[in-house]
Design a protein around this ligand. Structure first.
Ligand SMILES: Nc1nc2c(ncn2[C@@H]2O[C@H](COP(=O)(O)OP(=O)(O)O)[C@@H](O)[C@H]2O)c(=O)[nH]1
Ligand SMILES: [Mg+2]
Length: 196
């Protein structure tokens, strides 16, 4: 997709604060520091549309971005960061679940994982939950530039096995090299209800 514009719309924690549900939406989910902001910036060819950080776990807001006046990207707060206070962590689940289960214009969720890590219960729960609500999931393994080719192939297979999905259905990505950007865009644009 040719990116003509990519703009921050607003942040929200509750339904009343969401922007009007008009355009098809794609949400991005992943553990804190997984590279979610970098992935979104790579997709839209912007250096800093979404703030990246080496201090994970700060963003606890749902951020909405308008892409070309055609699509909305939704940056969901990262999960699983131990230093986030329990009170904040407790709000994460309900906040995300309210968004994912109730948003009429949601067309799919890009679930981002670090290729170096074995998926944990949080990832399995999220995928199981999306499956239960019949929400399309696109699974991306990012930071592939950090591994050798052989180590990357090994992790690719073992993560697919852990998630019980076909290795072909995992997208290998790197914000650094931009590997996988086109594949991910194709996958997003082929979701039902997206016209690109
Ligand atoms: N080498 C490498 N570093 C990355 C990649 N994606 C993100 N990072 C780094 O990982 C850290 C966290 O990235 P960020 O996008 O803020 O993660 P978020 O918390 O999931 O939004 C930052 O230091 C990024 O520069 C990648 O594909 N390759
Ligand atoms: Mg981020």
């Amino acid at each position: 997709m040719l990116i003509k514009s990519a703009e921050f719309i607003k942040s929200a924690t509750k339904t009343a604060e969401y922007p009007p549900a008009q355009l098809p939406e794609i949400a991005f989910a992943g553990r804190s520091n997984v590279g979610k902001s970098s992935l979104i910036n790579t997709l839209v060819n912007r250096k800093r549309l979404v703030k990246t950080s080496s201090t994970p776990g700060r963003t606890q807001l749902i951020n909405f971005f308008d892409i070309n006046g055609q699509l909305v990207f939704v940056d969901l707060p990262g999960y699983g960061y131990a230093k986030v206070p329990v009170s904040v962590r407790k709000r994460w689940g309900p906040m995300i679940e309210t968004y994912l289960s109730g948003r009429k214009t949601l067309r799919g969720v890009v679930v981002i994982m670090d290729i170096r890590r074995t998926p944990k219960q949080e990832e399995l729960n999220l995928l199981g939950w999306l499956n239960h609500y019949a929400i399309a999931a696109i699974v991306v393994l990012t930071k592939t530039d950090k591994l050798s080719k052989s180590k990357s192939a090994q992790q690719h297979r073992s993560i697919a096995r852990a998630l019980k999905i076909d290795p072909k259905d995992l997208i290998l990505f790197s914000a650094k090299s931009r590997r996988g950007r086109d594949t991910l865009w194709r996958s997003i644009l082929s979701l039902p209800g997206i016209d690109g």
